[in-house]
Design a binder for this molecule. Structure first.
Ligand code: HEC
Length: 203
């Protein structure tokens, strides 16, 4: 009898633990992000936008040029050699760390961290609620400010990030040979492809 009660108690505790873990999970993930508001938010939203506008414009115009010069196969090689270099140049210029990261990353160097995944989840939540997906500023464990902004897919992206209908087989071949662990195919237009993640090193 006593043993039955013991087993029953253990079972009840186990069920309770499993349930509370399952319920806690989303909250735990989001605890990793501390968004800031007020003057700091205004300052870093402005700086972040300045940087992503500049880097984004350069990336996009170089991409379009590369596509015009040799089609998507040529442009893949451009993205492969220049995208990381460009973000590095701007990182030095503004004393920041500028990254483009994703939950479905192509380059293994662009994998989203736990905090970045939580930000991505928040952005996707806003998107599915039909709310505006606005950039955010957060403070990290070292007290530095971080800027996050969504990167949306448009029609032009699908020739390298879309599904079989959008990507030419020879493009798939180049992508797969350069990025054997690629997760960045299968997108449609107006989805969140990833985020800009900028750490202000002096903040
Ligand atoms: C010509 C092919 C091509 C096109 C078109 C293209 N991309 Fe990419 N994309 C790539 C390649 C290749 C990489 C990996 C770059 C690297 O190695 O840093 C990449 C990486 C990225 C990344 C960084 C995260 C990751 O997965 O590594 C983002 C974000 C991204 N692309 C968004 C876009 C968006 C948005 C568009 C449309 C405006 C677009 N791409 C159009 C080929 C392309």
């Amino acid at each position: 009898m006593f043993r039955t009660i013991q087993i029953a108690t253990v079972l009840i505790i186990a069920v309770f633990l499993i349930q509370s873990c399952a319920e806690k999970k989303p909250a735990e993930v989001n605890k990793n992000v501390q968004y800031v508001s007020g003057a700091d938010e205004v300052t870093y939203l402005k700086l972040g936008k300045e940087i992503t506008d500049t880097v984004g414009k350069t990336l996009k115009s170089n991409l379009v040029k590369a596509m015009e010069n040799g089609g998507p196969v040529n442009a893949v090689t451009f993205c492969n050699s220049e995208a990381m270099e460009l973000t590095a140049i701007y990182s030095d210029k503004y004393n920041t760390e500028v990254k483009r990261v994703s939950d479905n990353n192509r380059n293994p160097a662009n994998v989203a961290s736990e905090v970045e995944l939580a930000v991505l989840a928040d952005f996707n939540q806003s998107l599915s609620n039909g709310e505006p997906v606005a950039p955010k500023v957060a403070i990290d464990l070292e007290g530095r400010k971080n800027y996050y902004a969504p990167i949306f897919t448009g029609g032009v992206c699908l020739s390298c990030h879309g599904n079989e209908k959008n990507i030419q087989p020879e493009v798939v071949a180049v992508i797969d040979s350069l990025y054997p662990l690629d997760k960045a195919k299968g997108y449609t237009a107006n989805e969140i492809r990833g985020i800009w993640s900028i750490k202000f090193k002096n903040s």
